[in-house]
Design a binder for this molecule. Structure first.
Ligand code: NAP
Length: 219
């Protein structure tokens, strides 16, 4: 149980892979490339190896609680915790996708908000002193906030919103989308935007260390 470790979720391609590449060049410690699919993850590790970079693979499907707890237990056992967690995994339906809005709402929030919450719930207790946690959100989150009703904006911007209330609001969006009433209820037409809005909300938390802080810096 020794050494520093950085973990990046959803890093077999795209921005996550680029972050792993940069960490391999700059971070003094082990860098874990994680992916839900073992084949895609290992192929990405091999592609970095062909560039002379050493990343280590660990399976992590953020939609699978067992996968999250297995990975968390591994890092606790092998490294005594995690120094850097970059939560990057996310999904977005293409604009032209014809999947019904209610399905897009449920599937998008399931990964980008609820699964992100699961990852952070299980990994934040592992973050070492001086460690860092970064959630990859999107500028679309704040833009979506500005399109919400005044009532929703007031809650999302309030300093006393709790994790439970935030979760309930995200669930309300899904429920209203299923009933075809999300617009009347004050929500814009963007499941991705709502999911990233939920990830970005940063309430003042009097109870201490909470999963929805953007960055952590335990002293
Ligand atoms: N691209 C942009 O312009 C942009 C802008 C702002 C924010 N972002 C955010 O940046 C992050 C990365 O975006 P990107 O453009 O690099 O997307 P991407 O190329 O589609 O990569 C997304 C990554 O997340 C992984 N992933 C999806 N669901 C997962 C799950 N359940 N468990 C584990 N991994 C999962 C994907 O794995 P698979 O290969 O297995 O699908 C893939 O590795 C996302 O959170 C996105 O919302 C992107």
């Amino acid at each position: 149980m020794s050494g520093k470790v950085a973990v990046v979720t959803g890093s077999n391609k795209g921005i996550g892979l680029a972050i792993v590449r940069a960490l391999c060049k700059q971070f003094q410690g082990d860098v874990y490339l994680t992916a839900r699919d073992v084949g895609r993850g290992q192929a990405a590790v091999e592609s970095l190896a062909s560039e002379g970079l050493k990343a280590i693979f660990h399976q992590l499907d953020i939609n699978n609680l067992n996968s999250i707890t297995t990975a968390a237990a591994f890092f606790k056992e092998k490294y005594g915790g995690v120094d850097i967690l970059i939560h990057n995994a996310g999904i977005a339906f293409k604009v032209a996708d014809t999947t019904p809005f209610a399905v897009q709402a449920e599937v998008t929030l399931e990964t980008n908000f609820f699964a992100a919450r699961d990852v952070l719930t299980h990994f934040l207790p592992l973050i070492k002193c001086g460690g860092r946690v970064v959630n990859i959100s999107s500028f679309v989150g704040p833009r979506t906030l500005n399109k919400c009703s005044a009532e929703l904006q007031q809650r999302f911007r309030s300093e006393d919103i709790t994790e439970d209330e935030l979760v309930a609001l995200m669930q309300r969006f899904i429920d209203k989308a299923k009933q075809g009433e999300h617009k009347q209820d004050g929500w814009p037409e963007s499941p991705y935007g709502v999911s990233k809005l939920g990830l970005t909300v940063r309430p003042v938390c009097l109870e201490g260390f909470h999963w929805f802080f953007y960055f952590t810096n335990k002293l």
